[in-house]
Design a protein around this ligand. Structure first.
Ligand SMILES: NC(=O)c1ccc[n+]([C@@H]2O[C@H](COP(=O)([O-])OP(=O)(O)OC[C@H]3O[C@@H](n4cnc5c(N)ncnc54)[C@H](OP(=O)(O)O)[C@@H]3O)[C@@H](O)[C@H]2O)c1
Length: 230
């Protein structure tokens, strides 16, 4: 079975596809094409956020993808500035209107079921992963390719070569083997296809090596709070 068809079951009963398409830095006017291409390739999980400025394009892509809404898992996130219940409700309604979607997670209960964390080879928050697992919270790995600089890492390149895969494929497989949902971002359909070809097994020894690795070079985007923690 392709990774695109594999899911985890959340505590509320919803099925979340193990591989999703990240859309941060895909411009609003390019997002619908990217989403349609991804759905055509077989992706059934799309991740956006108010802060990405592309909810409108992502929503259009979902609505015009040719695949029924209930077969697509769509995540968005309300802006970090929204701090109280009423503002959150209004903000979610705003996202639904912007996206032109009737619902996000149907039958969602007010208990945490997923948590997005910065997880990639070179940054593995082991304690937090174990805490989430103990609470029944499924972790979604954001920036699973470390936002890209890791592609040039010679040690990771050498390991990827041993498996006959690319660095992005190795990195995505790493996050999947940790038990997380993986959310690689790309607007390039060739990359979307390649990122779904992760049907290989990283050995326990190499998993440990990738977990021990430190690689936190986020380039010009290092100051973003999602990387700096500030
Ligand atoms: N909750 C949060 O706070 C949070 C924070 C950050 C991110 N996220 C989510 O996580 C997603 C992924 O994180 P991210 O965007 O930081 O980075 P990422 O997925 O770790 O890396 C994306 C980079 O890798 C490149 N890439 C992807 N597939 C490739 C391939 N097969 N070959 C070569 N290069 C490839 C992309 O370039 P191309 O576009 O050219 O393919 C892009 O430069 C985001 O888009 C967003 O949905 C959530």
């Amino acid at each position: 079975m392709s990774i695109l068809e594999e899911t985890y079951t959340l505590t509320g009963g919803a099925e979340i596809p193990r591989l999703g398409l990240g859309t941060w830095f895909i411009d609003d006017d390019k997002a619908a094409d990217a989403v349609r291409a991804a759905v055509e390739i077989g992706y059934r999980h799309i991740d956006t956020a108010q802060a990405y400025g592309n909810e409108s394009g992502v929503g259009e892509g979902v609505r015009t993808s040719g695949v029924a809404r209930e077969e697509l898992f769509v995540s968005t996130k309300i802006a970090a500035e929204v701090k109280d219940y009423d503002a959150a409700v209004a903000s979610i309604q705003g996202s639904l209107a912007t996206m032109g979607l009737g619902y996000l997670l149907e039958h969602a209960e007010m208990v945490p079921q997923v948590n997005q964390l910065l997880v990639h080879a070179g940054n593995t928050p082991r304690e937090l992963l174990e805490f989430c697992e103990a609470q029944g919270i499924r972790v979604q790995a954001y920036s699973p390719i470390a936002h890209s600089a890791i592609i040039e890492n010679p040690d990771v390149q050498a390991m990827a070569e041993r498996y006959g895969v690319t660095v992005p494929q190795l990195c995505i497989r790493y996050t999947l083997q940790l038990g997380t949902v993986s959310l690689p971002k790309t607007a390039n359909p060739e990359h979307m296809r390649a990122n779904a070809q992760v049907d290989f097994e990283i050995t326990a020894e190499d998993m440990a090596a990738l977990e021990g690795l430190e690689a936190r070079d986020y380039g010009e985007h290092a100051a973003f709070p999602v990387f700096s923690g500030e």
